[in-house]
Design a binder for this molecule. Structure first.
Ligand code: UT7
Length: 333
């Protein structure tokens, strides 16, 4: 049987920084409030002519360069995004694969909001273990600034742009394989976090400006409470199912939505601060891109080493959730 190994990571962050003090000129908020309630100090914003696929392709190129796998060997590209280049089609994954010159590959997007990267990881694992694919490029890429309402202080302080990507490839060696991925969803809570306009569910009456806009709306406080509960249960379940202790985890990489959520989950699991990866202060919430961007940070600052075990944990619109136990298994040492 083939196993799936997490070979490499890459990320891209746009150069433009949007600070809390700049946001406080746009809506009724302050650096103090944002810092205290979210931990966010700044977030990155893509240029007008910089699309989700541009960021995804740059992150992916880095992941390919670091993987030791030739791009001609990649046979599938899956992109997690809620801010695709084009509404409906073509998929951002197909655009990215063309920008990378990958030729004939299977390529598609998935929509699982902030859990997107855990979902694409589970897809890559399943395709590889079934023997259908050998080298899968997975991407989380978001231009959330394009779907953020900058007059809504409940959301615009949170979100940012960026992309992360990884190469997952087949191996015979179980020791280096992804141990487990859990994913779940419950549409009962769909209205907590959604883009209510712009889709077929809202366009039957009119195609007016409001219906055409795709801004995110969130019931922040309710979402917060479900997030803490779900993220904690997620990791407890995956650790128990696999007989792994929280202390065995080298890097806990949660979705970066809010520092208070991350700390609450870390405390519930009695994790040491050193185990918990935090990037929310500099990137804000980049939805499906947040986990691979955080993994890239610990890779680039040389905290992440070959063989170390990561625990990924995500939660987002849908509602969706997911967790994964992933050893870092680069081919290049
Ligand atoms: O990524 C997917 C999942 N997303 C999340 O997990 C996000 C979860 N939610 C959150 O991170 C937090 O709920 C927020 C950061 C969005 C909001 O923080 P909160 O502590 O839950 O605030 P709240 O909504 O309970 O509002 C408390 C007060 C309210 O004022 P009053 O009614 O007490 O007078 C709000 O109007 O804070 C006010 N407020 C703000 N004040 C200054 C809300 N947003 C702001 C703001 N600046 N940006």
């Amino acid at each position: 049987m083939a196993y799936a190994a997490f070979r490499s990571i890459g990320a891209y962050t746009p150069s433009k920084i949007l600070s809390n003090s700049e946001l406080s000129q746009m809506v009724d908020t302050s650096d103090e409030w944002i810092t205290k309630r979210t931990g966010i100090k700044e977030r990155r914003i893509a240029a007008d002519d910089e699309f989700t696929s541009d960021m995804g392709a740059k992150a992916a190129q880095k992941a390919i360069d670091r993987s030791g796998i030739d791009k001609s060997e990649i046979d599938m590209v899956v992109c997690a995004t809620i801010s695709p280049d084009y509404f409906c089609m073509p998929s951002t994954a197909t655009i990215i694969s063309t920008k990378l010159g990958l030729g004939n590959v299977t390529a598609f997007d998935i929509s699982a909001a902030c859990t997107g990267f855990v979902y694409v990881l589970s897809i890559a694992k399943a395709f590889i273990e079934s023997g259908m694919k050998k080298n899968v490029l997975i991407i989380g890429a978001e231009k959330l600034s394009a779907i953020t309402d900058y007059s809504d202080r409940g959301t615009c302080i949170l979100f940012g742009d960026g992309a992360g990507a990884a190469i997952i490839s087949a191996t015979d060696n179980k020791e280096e394989a992804i141990i487990d991925v859990h994913t779940g969803a419950d549409g009962q809570f769909a209205d907590l976090l959604m883009t209510p306009n712009g889709g077929s569910g809202s366009m039957h009456d009119s195609l007016d400006q409001e219906a055409a806009s795709c801004f995110m709306q969130m019931k922040g406080n309710e979402t917060f409470k479900v997030a803490v509960k779900t993220l904690t249960k997620d990791v407890v379940d995956i650790l128990n199912d696999n007989g792994i202790e929280a202390s065995d985890i080298k890097h806990f990489v949660p979705h970066q939505a809010n520092l208070r959520i991350i700390k609450a989950v870390g405390d519930a699991l009695k994790l040491d601060d050193k185990q918990v990866v935090i990037t929310v202060e500099k990137y804000g919430n980049t939805s499906g891109a947040s986990i691979p961007m955080a993994i890239n940070d610990i890779y680039e600052n040389k905290t992440l080493k070959a063989g170390e075990l990561m625990l990924l944990d995500a939660f987002g619109g849908g509602l969706t959730w997911g967790s994964a136990l992933v050893p870092f298994s680069p081919l290049k040492k």
